[in-house]
Design a protein around this ligand. Sequence first.
Ligand SMILES: Nc1ncnc2c1ncn2[C@@H]1O[C@H](COP(=O)(O)OP(=O)(O)OP(=O)(O)O)[C@@H](O)[C@H]1O
Ligand SMILES: [Mg+2]
Length: 215
Amino acid sequence: MVLELKCVSKTYGSVTALKDISFGVSKGAWISIMGPSGSGKTTLLNLIGCLDKPTSGQILLDGVEISKLSEKELTRIRREKIGFVFQQFHLVSHLTALENVMLAQYYHSMPDEEEALAALERVGLKDRACHLPSQLSGGEQQRVCIARALINYPSLILSDEPTGNLDEANEKAVIELFEELHQQGHTIIMVTHDPEIGALAERKLLLDHGQLMPR
Ligand SMILES: Nc1ncnc2c1ncn2[C@@H]1O[C@H](COP(=O)(O)OP(=O)(O)OP(=O)(O)O)[C@@H](O)[C@H]1O
Ligand SMILES: [Mg+2]
């Protein structure tokens, strides 16, 4: 099991964002998280991605209990084990595609141009390495983000609405890339509103008012 949640709850003041969430994810699985706006999808992804801590319950990542770790330890685990792909691309606008990927290497280990180029090649963008984000299509920018997420060989790829800002053609390219990553054995957890994209996963988790709906 790559990931295990046991009775995880998260409250913000009087708001219960998540209540008693329990599930496990095995290595190589593709899980989609669906549910209405405000149901707790992003909150759940943030907890799994060590960006936030649960109010109660346990989260085990590669067997390590992360819910009680310090901020510093969470940062280390995030860098080592998690690859994020967000709806907003969060690319640095004055850096090229290659430099954006190298920045992720810098945070994880040592910048290595060849390795960064190889990551861009994996997402089909080697010939765009020297382009700035503004010189790339939305789909291409998202593929740079995926290259950036892959740089630390993450145990988990977490993605929050990765196609939310893309037109149909770019959405297709990005989803095909996720399918490829899945075939290569990566573990993917993806939040989506789109039923067609949700259906690509082998398992769907449905959230409603912070609770996991039985299926
Ligand atoms: N930092 C915060 N402080 C207070 N309340 C929060 C915070 N973050 C989220 N919430 C609340 O927790 C609930 C779940 O929010 P969350 O962002 O996880 O929903 P979501 O399912 O991702 O929605 P969407 O589909 O609109 O992105 C909401 O009621 C939200 O208002
Ligand atoms: Mg959200």
